[in-house]
Write a protein that binds this ligand. Structure first.
Ligand code: CO
Length: 460
C-alpha cells in the first residue's frame, strides 16, 4: 500500500515552530527541489501565513502564492481554510468566501483543506462548492476531539456527510496533537468503512505520540499523512518526513518520496533553522516533547494560555482548580473541540468561573455569541439554563450564521478605493484590515522610493 506525504514546512511547521516568520526569500531557493521530491502536496498557505506576510514580513500573500506556483509546477499546492471564517475567526458572507476561493484558485492553489472548528458542515458547504466549481480539490476536514458525544459512529457519519457534499478527500485534523495510536487506528478504520474517498491524517508531534499515531493510522488504511522535513519537525510541529518514510518503508508501505531530494531539502533548511535559533525566534522549548496535554487533557497551546492568564492575575495557585473546571465548561457548551478560538474561550470562562467564586457570574462576549449560535451548532447539547441566562427572550440562531450576513465584497472594495490595486488586495483588506492597510502603505512607500531613486540616477 502506498502512503502519500504532505510537506508542512512552509505552513504548519513554520507556524508551529517560528510563529510563521519564514520570509519567502528564506525558502525560494529550495522550491524546485520541493517540487521534485515526490510529495503528494505542499502545504504553503493558510490564515497565519497570510496574516504574517502582511503584518510582519511586508509581503503580499498573493504574490507569495504566485511566486511559489511559478517554481512548484507539478506538486499540488495546498492551503488550510476555515470554511466560512476563511482565514480568521469571524463569519464572512458567501460572496466573500466564494471570491476568496476563486482568487486563490486563480493564483495557483490546488487543494483546499476546509474545516469548521465545530464540525458544523453548513459552515464549509459554500467553500467546498466554490472549490469544486473552480475545478480544484476540496478536502473536507473533521476536527478531532474526544468527548462522550464524539463516538466512532458519529465520526463515520461525519465522513459520510462530507463525501455526500462532494469533497474529493477527507482529512482528520488533530490540531491539538492529542490523538493516540489506538484512537487513530479505530477512527481511520471507522472512516474507511464509511467512505470510499481517500482519508488523510494531520497531527502534531507535541506529546510525542505523533509517529506512533501515524503508524497505526496507516495500518488502518490511512491514505496520507502530514509531515515536516526533519530540520523543521518535532515538538509542536509535525513528525519528520524522513523518519516516517523510513519507518513506513520498513513496514512494507511504499511512497513516492526521493530520499536524495529530501536530504537536499533538509540540508537547505539547516542554516535557516540556525538563524531562527540564534535570533531567539525559534525557542528550543517548542522542539521538545511536552506530555502535559496527556495529563491535563487540554491542548498544549491552551495550557500555556491558561498559565499566562493566571500568572497575569497573580492566581497561578488556582491552576488545578481551573483545569478541573475546563471539562465542566466544555460540557456546558456542548463539547466543542478545543481548537482556536474555542479553546481560548473555554479557558477564559473556566478561569472566570474559578476566580469569581461563582460560575458564569461573568461571561465573555465570545461565549455569549457562541451561546446565541453564532459559531454554528455545538456537537452536543448546550446547557439550557446557561443559554436562557445569556439569550433571555432573544432567539438562538439555528440557521447558518452566514445567512444573516449581507454581501460585503463590493462594499469593502468601495471602502478601500484606489489603495487596493486588485480584487486580491480587497480580499487581504477584508481578512486583515489593519495589516493590509499597513502593507499597502509600505508598498506605496517602497515604490515611491524606487521611483525617486530611478529619477536621481537618470539625472546623474
Ligand atoms: Co496543525
Amino acid at each position: 500500500m502506498k502512503v502519500n506525504f504532505t510537506e508542512t514546512v512552509l505552513r504548519d511547521a513554520n507556524q508551529s515552530l517560528i510563529a510563521t516568520r519564514l520570509p519567502f526569500s528564506d525558502f525560494e531557493g529550495i522550491l524546485e527541489t520541493l517540487d521534485n521530491a515526490g510529495y503528494y502536496s505542499l502545504e504553503c498557505w493558510g490564515g497565519a501565513t497570510f496574516d504574517s506576510c502582511l503584518r510582519y514580513l511586508n509581503e503580499d500573500p498573493w504574490e507569495r502564492l504566485r511566486k511559489i506556483k511559478a517554481k512548484v509546477k507539478k506538486t499540488p499546492l495546498q492551503m488550510l481554510i476555515r470554511g466560512q471564517n476563511i482565514l480568521g475567526y469571524k463569519h464572512y458572507p458567501d460572496d466573500v468566501v466564494r471570491m476568496f476561493i476563486r482568487k486563490s484558485a486563480e493564483n495557483g492553489m490546488d487543494i483546499f483543506r476546509i474545516f469548521d472548528a465545530l464540525n458544523d458542515f453548513r459552515n464549509i458547504q459554500v467553500a467546498v462548492d466554490e472549490t469544486l466549481k473552480c475545478g480544484k480539490h476540496a478536502q473536507g476536514c473533521i476536527c478531532y476531539t474526544t468527548s462522550p458525544v464524539h463516538t466512532l459512529d458519529k465520526y463515520a457519519l461525519m465522513g459520510k456527510e462530507l463525501e455526500d457534499m462532494g469533497v474529493k478527500s477527507i482529512c482528520v485534523k488533530d490540531m491539538a496533537g492529542i490523538m493516540g495510536p489506538t484512537e487513530a487506528y479505530d477512527l481511520i478504520k471507522a472512516l474507511k468503512s464509511s467512505v470510499t474517498i481517500p482519508v488523510f491524517l494531520h497531527t502534531h508531534a507535541t506529546t510525542g505520540l505523533g509517529p506512533m499515531t501515524y503508524m497505526k493510522a496507516v495500518e488502518a488504511g490511512c491514505d496520507g499523512i502530514d509531515t515536516a522535513i526533519s530540520n523543521f519537525s518535532g515538538g509542536t510541529a509535525q513528525p519528520a518526513t524522513e523518519t516516517m518514510k523510513y519507518a513506513l518503508e520498513q513496514l512494507g508501505y511504499t511512497n513516492t518520496l526521493d530520499s536524495a531530494k529530501l536530504k537536499e531539502i533538509n540540508d537547505f533548511f539547516a542554516p535557516v533553522k540556525k538563524e531562527f535559533l540564534d535570533s531567539g525566534a525559534l525557542d528550543p522549548y517548542v522542539l521538545g516533547t511536552n506530555t502535559d496535554a496527556l495529563v491535563y487533557q487540554v491542548p498544549g497551546g491552551m495550557l500555556s494560555n491558561l498559565v499566562a492568564q493566571l500568572k497575569a492575575q497573580n492566581a497561578f495557585d488556582k491552576l488545578d482548580a481551573v483545569l478541573s473546571e475546563v471539562p465542566n465548561v466544555r460540557k456546558d457548551l456542548g463539547y466543542p473541540p478545543l481548537v482556536t478560538p474555542i479553546s481560548q474561550m473555554v479557558g477564559v470562562q473556566a478561569t472566570a468561573n474559578v476566580l469569581a467564586g461563582e460560575r458564569y457570574k461573568n461571561i465573555s462576549k465570545e461565549v455569549k455569541a457562541y451561546l446565541r449560535g453564532e459559531y454554528g451548532m455545538a456537537p452536543g447539547e448546550v446547557d439550557s439554563d446557561l443559554v436562557k441566562k445569556v439569550v433571555g427572550d432573544d432567539s438562538v440562531i439555528t440557521c447558518r450564521f452566514a445567512d444573516t450576513l449581507e454581501p460585503a465584497f463590493e462594499k469593502a472594495k468601495a471602502e478601500i478605493g484606489a489603495r487596493a490595486r486588485s480584487d486580491e488586495d480587497v480580499l487581504s483588506y477584508i481578512a486583515f484590515p489593519t495589516y493590509a492597510e499597513k502593507y499597502f502603505d509600505y508598498r506605496d512607500e517602497k515604490e515611491s522610493n524606487t521611483v525617486h531613486y530611478t529619477i536621481v540616477k537618470k539625472e546623474d
